[in-house]
Design a protein around this ligand. Structure first.
Ligand code: AMP
Ligand code: GLY
Length: 439
């Protein structure tokens, strides 16, 4: 069994680790844009190539002839790398370009839900014309509580929210016009109030099997302040739900992933095969959709994959062959807390690039997944982005948090992390907030 893993950073390391734990002992052929010391210990071969350079990737694929490819990041999936691999006879765990519009176009997704009568969207409109009057009038209709979404992939930086990133209606209108100028479309929607969570599912057409629900913390600093990042940390609970969610919330999120997988198949005339990431918000009116991603999240994969007790290679082949069943997927009933170590100047600058970082020994109830980090002469040095995800695994979130925290405190170098992620105080705030909005 040979797997071509097209990935980068800590998410790639977590996927490689899950593949390597398979009893089938697959040969992992890795293609990464920059060498990753974590993947390096697990892969039998590591190529460096820009994953958007399809010719380079296809040359490697033709030479290696893997049984399947696992394409992890959004940009190559959105640009159609899965279609290109299929043309040379290599199936992938990731959707083809038309299906990946579920992530690459926020307007496609909202319209898909509307067309298939899936009731989980706020009021929204898609604009394609440089029509300032209509845009302003819709924002006025939303009474200033609005979100403006760039309608193409933008590294998670295309969404601007009123009163957070946009301080006036004029700023909202200006950003909407800028989006139309750059990518030809913009989505404007009502700002939802509630608590966000993610539910990631394995999908093969209408076969859908869920992974544990996760809460991500996108803001750079403690107390959920500062700019949005790729994610500073995440947690999951031992019952695979989250402390602030009711059973109704979780079952609705599961239902939405199933309805959307079916809608995608009907809309595109072929099955979605891969990872479907639902980003939801539990509101006064129930669960609403924030966005879909066509891939694992980073850090979400770092929480989910270490809990997987069954064979990940079997799950991947079942996704490809349309043979996905619940009994193939088994997760340990443990809680996880992931805290990202980042350079202390992240995300404002990359000034610490090249400086040394060192980690303590990682105990059995924890994992470390390397992100933007380089290894030279046995020394680990910082890149500009997130350095490494430290995951604690315990019977409760509290225990998992303490395990992760203790390791993070011992990391040496000019780095930082968020102390508050996974703490009882922060989780209690979420529970209290949920109570306020539902009462
Ligand atoms: P996205 O890239 O769609 O995940 O958006 C990034 C972040 O923007 C989300 O995690 C939310 O915090 C926020 N966001 C997006 N859409 C909405 C919405 N309709 N209401 C409130 N917040 C939103
Ligand atoms: N952690 C959010 C994402 O990967 O999109």
């Amino acid at each position: 069994m040979k797997v071509l893993l097209l990935s980068l950073a800590a998410r790639g390391h977590a996927i490689a680790d899950a593949l390597a734990r398979s009893p089938q002992k697959p040969e992992i052929i890795s293609v990464v844009p920059a060498k990753n010391p974590g993947i390096a210990t697990l892969a039998s071969q590591m190529y460096t190539a820009d994953l958007m350079d399809f010719d380079a990737v296809l040359d490697i694929a033709k030479k290696e002839q893997p049984d399947f490819a696992f394409v992890a990041p959004d940009d190559p999936i959105g640009a159609g790398l899965v279609d290109a691999l299929e043309e040379i006879g290599i199936p992938s765990v990731a959707p083809k370009k038309a299906l990946a519009r579920i992530e690459a176009s926020k307007g496609f997704t909202r319209d898909l839900l509307t067309k298939h009568r899936i009731d989980a969207s706020p009021a929204y409109q898609v604009f394609t014309e440089n029509d300032e009057i209509s845009i302003r009038s819709f924002i006025d209709e939303l009474e200033g509580n609005y979100v403006v979404k760039y309608d193409a992939l933008k590294g998670g930086k295309g969404v601007k929210v009123s009163n957070e990133h946009l301080q006036s209606i004029d700023e909202g209108v200006a950003y909407a016009l800028e989006c139309i100028e750059e990518c030809g479309r913009v989505v404007i929607e009502e700002k939802l109030i509630g608590v966000e969570f993610s539910l990631i599912s394995f999908v093969s057409g209408t076969q859908v099997v869920d992974t544990p629900a996760i809460q991500d913390h996108k803001r750079a600093f403690e107390g959920d302040t500062g700019p949005n990042t790729g994610g500073m940390g995440t947690y999951s609970d031992s019952n695979h739900s989250l402390p602030f969610l009711t059973d109704t919330h979780l079952s609705r999120a599961k239902e939405l992933n199933r309805l959307v997988a079916k809608a995608l198949k009907d809309e595109c005339g072929e099955p979605y095969k891969g990872i479907l990431y639902g980003g939801f918000i539990a509101t006064k009116k129930g669960v609403q959709l924030i966005e879909y991603n066509a891939r694992f999240g980073d850090p979400e994969a770092l929480n989910i994959l270490p809990l997987l007790e069954s064979d990940f290679v079997d799950i991947c082949t079942a996704i490809i062959h349309g043979e996905l069943t619940e009994d193939l997927v088994r997760f340990a009933n443990k809680a996880t807390v992931c805290k990202y170590i980042t350079p202390d100047c992240y995300p404002e600058s990359k000034d610490r690039k090249g400086e040394e970082v060192s980690f303590p020994e990682i105990p059995e109830n924890a994992r470390i997944f390397y992100g933007d980090i380089a290894e030279t002469d046995g020394k680990l040095t910082l890149g500009g982005s997130r350095t490494a995800g430290i995951v604690g695994i315990g019977d409760t979130i509290e225990e998992a948090e303490q395990i992760a925290q203790q390791i993070c405190e011992k990391v040496q170098g000019p780095v930082r992390f968020r102390n508050d992620i996974g703490t009882t105080a922060l989780i209690q705030q979420r529970i209290n907030f949920m109570k306020t909005i539902t009462s």
